[in-house]
Ligand binder design. Structure first.
Ligand code: 3PG
Length: 213
């Protein structure tokens, strides 16, 4: 359900964007994030292992919200629904993906970077979006400017966001959470360095709580 999923993103505050090469690491990775206070996991379809990784988390880590990322086609919408995704994130907006998600009944954060993107999202009834790629699209000043004509929209900025700049996004009331890959480094996943992932999750979670309580 859309309201419940968005509430989970809001409460989590920092959404880890996972790029995974080996699905057998997924369950340990999700547990490591949950141990650090991050209970939403966005698994991208950027690697062949993504779908199986998402499915493993959805099946075996009940306290983590499984989110599918980098969903760019209607066919992928069907795949991630079957895998157990409870929300979907895309880097951009397309009417075809919008319709597939409405049919699937899954919450969706389309990616937006411009006023035209926001017009299309709003026309489709979408009011929660990923602001992507956040830093190169102009960062917090661009997001603030976009919110002028689209006051009904709220955003999850992602792309170039990290511990050092997340406060500048979270200072904006229209930002519900931020996303990033920094808390799930590829080398830590490959090495099974779950202590490091938990530590990064703890830092991110603490930074969020310090700003938003
Ligand atoms: C995404 O698709 O959300 C980004 O690749 C994550 O961006 P980052 O790697 O700069 O955090």
């Amino acid at each position: 359900d859309e309201t419940a999923a968005i509430a989970r993103l809001k409460a989590c505050g920092v959404i880890p964007v996972v790029v995974i090469e080996d699905a057998s690491r997924a369950i340990d990775l999700a547990h490591a994030l949950v141990a650090g206070g991050i209970d939403v996991v966005e698994v991208t379809l950027r690697r062949p292992a993504g779908l199986a990784a998402l499915e493993a988390i959805a099946k075996s880590v009940p306290n983590a919200l499984p989110v599918a990322g980098t969903v760019v086609t209607p066919a992928q919408v069907a795949q991630v629904k079957d895998a157990g995704a409870q929300a979907v994130v895309s880097p951009g907006f397309s009417e075809a993906v919008d319709e597939a998600l409405k049919a699937a009944g899954l919450p969706w954060l389309p990616g937006v970077a411009t006023a035209s993107d926001c017009m299309r999202a709003v026309a489709a009834g979408r009011t929660v979006a990923k602001f992507f790629p956040a830093e190169t699209a102009g960062g917090p000043p661009a997001l603030k400017a976009l919110s002028g004509p689209f006051p009904q929209m709220s955003f999850c900025p992602t792309g170039g966001v990290g511990l050092s700049n997340l406060s500048s996004y979270l200072a904006l009331p229209q930002v519900i959470c931020v996303g990033g890959s920094w808390l799930v480094p590829a080398d830590a996943i490959a090495a099974g360095d779950w202590k490091r992932v938990t530590q990064l999750a703890k830092e991110a979670s603490a930074a969020f709580k310090a700003l938003r309580g």
